[in-house]
Design a protein around this ligand. Sequence first.
Ligand SMILES: [Zn+2]
Length: 88
Amino acid sequence: MCPGPNPIKWSIAPHPTRIERAYLKLQCAKACTIPLGLEPPKLPRWHWDGNMQAPTVTPSINCSTCGLHISITKGAVIEASPTNPLRR
Ligand SMILES: [Zn+2]
C-alpha cells in the first residue's frame, strides 16, 4: 500500500542509448526505478509495450525496494489488494 500521494506518480525515462529499453520511475514512499524492455519479460526487466504516454508493463510490479505491488496498464496504475491480488 502506498502511504504517499495518490494516485502514484510515474514517468517513463528513455534509455540513454537503446531505443528498445526504458525505465519506469515510480514515486511513492520512495523513488523506485523499474527497468523495461520491448522483449519478453525476464525479471528483473519487465516487458513494456513501447508507449511513453500510456505504457503497459507486464507482469505486475512487486517492488523489492519499497514493497509496492502494482500493475500499470495503458498508463493506469492499479494497486494490489486482498480483493485484487494481481497476476504476477
Ligand atoms: Zn518501489
